[in-house]
Design a protein around this ligand. Structure first.
Ligand code: ATP
Ligand code: ZN
Length: 839
C-alpha cells in the first residue's frame, strides 16, 4: 500500500468503517453454490464486484474466483480469507452476472459452469495450470535475467529455462509465496510465458501483406501524390499504372491487400519491390483471422432493392417498439445485405452489434463478406483462437469494439453498449450447446440478453424454426418477410425422383438414378457446377454378415461402425473408436460380409465411374479437418476448380455461389425416418437450404431429390417452396401431440458405467419426480442409442406447460432429486445430465 493511501485510511478514521467483511465468490467449477470468504483488512479497498480474487478451495488448491457480492453477513461456516485481489477493474460486468443468473436458473446449471464457459482460460488461472516459456522466448543468462526482471520473476524464468514447465503450485512452493497469481499475471503480460493449454490448441495466426503509401505521400493530398509521380518518372509506365491502380483501390476500401494490387495492376513482386525501394510504398503485415481468405468479389456498398429497403425499414420500426423481429427471407433474398444496413445504423450511433452464426468455421464466406465491408470494426470470436487472443478479444469488447461476429459463446463476452443482436440462420440446431453444461440455446438466450441490455434483436432464416415462427404467430415477435430472390430470379425448380419407380424401370446405376446422372451430365456440359448432398459421412454405415445379419458395433457405444474406405477401417462416429475390418463374422464365422447403405465417400467413389472427366471433391468432417480445409474447398469451388461438390450438411450452410446449376439430395428417406419429433422440421430445413444453393446469380437452378417415399408430405412442401403449409401442418401436429413449441421439454439423462446401478438410479429418480409432478414425467426409457463412451444411458422426459410457474416448480423438484441422488450410497459414478429445451 502506498503512503498516500495509508494517509487516506488514517484520515477517514482508519479501516473500522470499511464495508465488506465477506465476499461471495464464483469458482469456475460445477459447484452447486457460491463460496463465502472473509476479506483481510488490507485487501478491502481493492475489492469490487466482478474482480478476480485468489482463494483456496478445500485441499483442491488455489483458484481465481470472481467476486459476486460483498456483504457484512457472516455465513454459518468458518470462512477462509481471500489471498489476493487480482484485478484493478472488474473483468465481468453487471449485465454478465445477470445473464449468468438467468441462464443458471433457466438451464439448471451452476454459476461456476457459466464462469468456466465464459472466461478465457487466461482469466481462470488455477493451481494446476502449467506455465511454459513463450514460444519465441530465447534463453538468457542468469545475470541478464536478474537485471531485467524483479527477483521472483527472474527466478521463475530461470527455472523454466531448465525445467520446461512449472505448475502454479510448484512456483508457490519454490518461492515460498502466499500468492503467485500477481507474479504470473505480470509474466503473462510481459509475454515471457504462456499457459500450457494454449499449446494444445495452438492457433497460428496467419499474416498477410498489405500495401500503403510510404510517408510523406498521402492519398488525400494531391500535391504529395504529384510528387510521388515525379519520383517515379514519366517513362516507368508500369510503375505509374501501379500507383494509379493503388489509388483506385485505396478509394474503394480503407486498406489495400498486396494480392489485390497485384491483380489490379497486373504486376508481380519484382515491380512492387522497385516502388518500395523508391520509397513510394511500404509493406506491412496484418494478422488475419484464418477465416477471411475468401476471395470473392469485393462487397461494395450495394443499394438495397425495394423489397430489402422495406424490410430494413420495418425492422427499424419494430425495434422502436422494442419488439424482437423474425426476418423470414427465402434463400438468396439478400438477408445479409439487410443485416449490413442495420449494423451500419447501430454502429453509427456508437452502439455495439453482436452477430451470431451457428458455426463460424462453416460460414467463413459470410465472415469474409462482412470483414470486407466493415474492416477492422469487426472482431471475430471463435474457439480456434488461443488463450492470449481470447483475452485480447475479451478486453476489446469491454473497450467497446463495434461489431463482434461469433458462434454461440460470443454471447458470453462483456459487452458495454450493446445495441443490436443478429442471429443468422436462427433455425440451426448448433445454436444449442450439447455438452458440457451450460446446455443453452444461444438463440433463445440472445432474446433474453437483448432485453437485459435494452438492445434490439433480429432472428433471420429462410427456414425459421417452429419455435420462433410460433412466437411470430402469437405476435411475441414481429414478422418481416422477403419473399423474392435478389435480382428477381425464380427459386429453383425442384423435382422428386421416385427411387422405387426408377428401380422397377431398371434405371438405377448403383446409388444414382438415371435421371440424376442425365441432369449431372447436362449441367457440366453447360459449364455449370453441381452440389450433391448426403447427410452421412464415410463410405457405408453398416458392415454386415450376409448369413446371420451380425453387424460390427463399437466396443464402447451402442452404434454400428461406419466403414471408411480411404483408411480401410471401421469407425465409431460417436466416440472415434477405430478398428480394422473383420475377416469373418464374429457371430457365425462366415466370411461373406457386405456393406450396406452409403455415405459421402461412396458417392464420390462411384460418381467418378459415371463422370470420369469431372473434377469431384468431397466436403465433410473427414476432408475439412485440416487447418483451413473448409475454406480452401469453398474457395476452389467458387473459383470453378471443382465441378461437383459432394458433402454433408456442411454444404447447406449459408453458402453463396454464382454458378451452381444443379443440387441433388441423394437420399431423403433417411432424414424423414429419423426417430425424433423434430425430424420433419429438420428435413424440411435441410432440403430447402441445400436446394437454395442452386441458381443464385444467373438463371433459375434445378434440384433433384431422390427418395423412396416420394409421396411424403414434407417432400411435397419442399417441392412447392411451401413454408406456410409446412408450418401449419407441423404446428398442428406438435400441438396435438404436446410437443414444443406448445410444451416445454426437460430431458434428464442418467449415465453410469454399470447397468444395474443406472437402472436403480433412473427408477428412483422417476418415482421421485412422478410422485411430485405426476404424469408429466415420462420414462425412464432407454434412448435409441443406449450406450455411449462406455456409459449406459437412461432418459426421463418431462413435458411442461409454457407457464413460468410450473416450470419453476419442476426445476425445484429436479434440483432436489439431483441433490438426493448425490447423497445416496452406492451410486458413486452416477452422472445426471439435465437438458432444458433439448434439441
Ligand atoms: N442489394 C443488393 N445488391 C447487390 N447484390 C445483392 C444485394 N442483395 C443481395 N445481393 C446478392 O445476392 C446474393 C444472395 O444474397 P444473400 O447471400 O445475402 O442471401 P441470403 O438471404 O442470406 O440467402 P441464404 O438464406 O440462402 O443464405 C448474394 O450474392 C448477394 O451478394
Ligand atoms: Zn463409440
Amino acid at each position: 500500500m502506498s503512503a498516500s493511501s495509508l494517509l487516506d485510511l488514517f484520515e477517514s478514521g482508519g479501516g473500522a468503517e470499511k464495508k465488506g467483511t465477506y465476499v461471495e465468490v464464483v469458482l469456475p467449477l460445477p459447484l452447486a453454490k457460491l463460496y463465502t470468504y472473509s476479506v483481510p483488512f488490507h485487501l478491502k479497498e481493492w475489492l469490487q464486484k466482478g474482480v478476480r480474487v485468489e482463494v483456496q478451495l478445500g485441499r483442491q488448491g488455489r483458484y481465481a474466483g470472481l467476486v459476486y457480492s460483498i456483504t457484512e453477513e457472516k455465513p454459518a461456516y468458518q470462512t477462509r480469507p481471500i489471498i489476493s485481489v487480482l484485478d484493478d477493474f472488474p473483468v465481468v460486468t453487471e449485465e454478465q452476472f445477470r445473464l449468468w443468473e438467468w441462464m443458471s436458473t433457466y438451464y439448471l446449471c451452476s454459476m461456476g459452469e457459466l464462469m468456466a464457459a465464459a472466461l478465457p482460460a487466461g482469466l481462470k488461472l488455477a493451481g494446476e495450470s502449467k506455465l511454459l516459456l513463450a514460444e519465441n522466448y530465447e534463453a538468457k543468462p542468469w545475470m541478464q535475467l536478474h537485471q531485467e526482471l524483479p527477483g521472483d520473476e527472474a527466478l521463475v524464468i530461470e527455472q523454466l529455462q531448465k525445467k520446461r514447465e512449472l505448475s502454479l503450485s510448484d512456483i508457490q512452493r519454490m518461492l515460498k509465496l502466499k500468492s503467485v497469481h500477481k507474479l504470473v499475471k505480470s509474466l503473462l503480460d510481459k509475454q515471457l510465458v504462456q499457459l500450457k493449454e494454449e499449446l494444445q490448441e495452438r492457433y497460428k495466426p496467419k499474416m498477410e501483406d498489405w500495401v500503403a503509401l510510404a510517408p510523406p505521400y498521402e492519398l488525400n493530398n494531391p500535391s504529395s501524390i504529384k510528387e510521388a509521380f515525379d519520383v517515379i518518372g514519366s517513362r516507368a509506365h508500369k510503375q505509374i499504372d501501379t500507383l494509379m491502380a493503388f489509388m483506385q483501390l485505396g478509394r474503394e476500401q480503407k486498406e489495400v491487400r498486396k494480392k489485390e494490387l497485384y491483380e489490379r495492376a497486373k504486376i508481380d513482386s519484382a515491380l512492387l519491390k522497385k516502388l518500395v525501394d523508391k520509397g513510394i510504398f511500404s509493406i506491412y503485415q496484418k494478422e488475419l483471422s484464418r477465416l477471411d481468405d475468401y476471395d470473392g468479389e469485393a462487397e461494395g456498398n450495394y443499394a438495397l432493392s425495394e423489397q430489402q429497403q422495406q424490410a430494413y425499414e420495418s425492422c427499424l420500426q419494430h425495434f422502436a417498439d422494442k419488439k424482437a423481429v423474425l426476418l423470414h427471407g427465402v434463400t438468396g433474398s439478400g438477408k445479409t445485405q439487410v443485416f449490413v444496413e442495420l449494423m451500419e445504423h447501430y454502429i453509427g450511433q456508437g452502439q455495439q452489434v453482436l452477430y451470431l452464426l451457428p458455426e463460424i468455421a462453416l460460414t467463413a464466406q459470410i465472415v469474409g463478406r462482412l470483414q470486407k465491408h466493415f474492416g477492422d470494426q469487426i472482431l471475430v470470436y471463435h474457439s480456434k483462437f488461443n488463450n492470449n487472443e481470447r483475452v485480447e478479444i475479451w478486453r476489446a469488447v469491454q473497450e467497446g469494439v463495434p461489431i463482434i461476429l461469433g458462434a454461440r459463446s460470443a454471447l458470453l463476452l462483456p459487452f458495454q453498449s450493446l445495441g443490436l443482436i443478429l442471429v443468422d440462420e436462427e433455425h440451426d440446431p448448433s445454436y444449442k450447446q450439447q455438452d458440457p453444461a451450460p446446455r443453452y440455446n444461444a438463440r433463445d438466450t440472445a432474446v433474453f440478453m437483448a432485453h437485459l441490455h435494452g438492445a434490439n434483436i433480429l432472428l433471420g432464416s429462410a427456414t425459421p424454426s417452429l419455435e420462433s415462427y410460433q412466437n411470430a404467430l402469437e405476435e411475441k415477435y414481429a414478422l418481416v418477410q422477403l419473399d423474392q430472390r435478389f435480382g428477381g430470379l425464380a427459386l429453383p425448380k425442384i423435382e422428386i425422383v421416385d427411387l422405387g419407380e426408377q428401380q422397377r424401370e431398371k434405371r438405377m446405376h448403383g446409388i444414382f438414378s438415371g435421371h440424376l446422372l442425365d441432369a449431372l451430365k447436362e449441367t457440366l456440359a453447360n459449364g455449370e457446377q453441381a452440389i450433391l448432398f448426403q447427410n452421412r459421412r464415410g463410405y457405408a454405415p453398416l458392415y454386415r454378415c450376409k448369413s446371420c445379419g451380425w453387424t460390427t458395433e463399437c466396443k464402447d457405444c451402442d452404434v454400428s461402425l461406419t466403414y471408411h474406405k480411404y483408411s480401410n477401417n471401421l469407425r465409431c462416429h460417436y466416440c472415434g473408436y477405430q478398428r480394422s475390418l473383420p475377416k469373418s463374422c464374429d457371430a457365425c464365422g462366415s466370411h461373406e460380409l457386405e456393406i450396406i447403405g452409403f455415405g459421402t465417400e461412396k458417392i464420390e467413389d462411384e460418381l467418378q465411374i459415371f463422370l470420369p472427366d469431372a473434377r469431384l471433391e468431397r466436403m465433410d468432417w473427414d476432408t475439412v479437418r485440416g487447418k483451413n480445409g473448409h475454406d480452401r474447398l469453398i474457395n476452389r469451388f467458387a473459383d470453378g476448380q471443382i465441378d461437383v461438390l459432394i458433402g454433408t450438411q456442411m454444404v447447406t450452410k449459408g453458402l453463396d455461389f454464382d454458378n451452381v446449376g444443379l443440387v441433388a439430395v441423394l437420399s431423403a428417406d433417411q432424414m424423414l425416418q429419423f426417430p425424433d419429433f423434430r425430424a420433419n422440421e429438420r428435413a424440411f430445413q435441410l432440403m430447402t437450404q441445400v436446394a437454395g444453393r442452386a441458381g443464385r446469380k444467373k438463371k433459375q437452378g434445378r434440384v433433384l431429390i431422390q427418395a423412396y417415399q416420394a409421396e411424403h408430405e414434407i417432400l411435397r412442401e419442399v417441392l412447392q417452396h411451401n413454408f406456410q403449409q409446412f408450418q401449419q401442418r407441423e404446428l398442428a401436429e406438435r400441438r396435438s401431440f404436446k410437443y414444443p413449441p406448445f410444451q416445454r421439454l426437460i430431458k434428464i439423462q442418467f449415465k453410469h458405467k454399470k447397468r444395474d446401478q443406472l437402472l436403480m438410479a433412473a427408477e428412483w429418480g422417476a418415482k421421485f419426480l412422478q410422485s411430485r409432478l405426476g404424469d408429466r414425467v415420462l420414462g425412464p426409457a432407454e434412448p435409441s442409442i443406449s450406450r455411449v463412451r462406455t456409459y449406459y444411458l437412461m432418459d426421463l422426459l418431462i413435458k411442461l406447460g409454457r407457464g413460468g410457474k410450473s416450470l419453476r416448480a419442476a426445476k425445484d423438484k429436479i434440483r432436489d432429486m439431483q441433490e438426493l441422488l448425490r447423497q445416496k450410497d452406492g451410486l458413486s459414478g452416477l452422472r445426471v445430465v439435465i437438458d432444458v429445451d433439448p434439441y
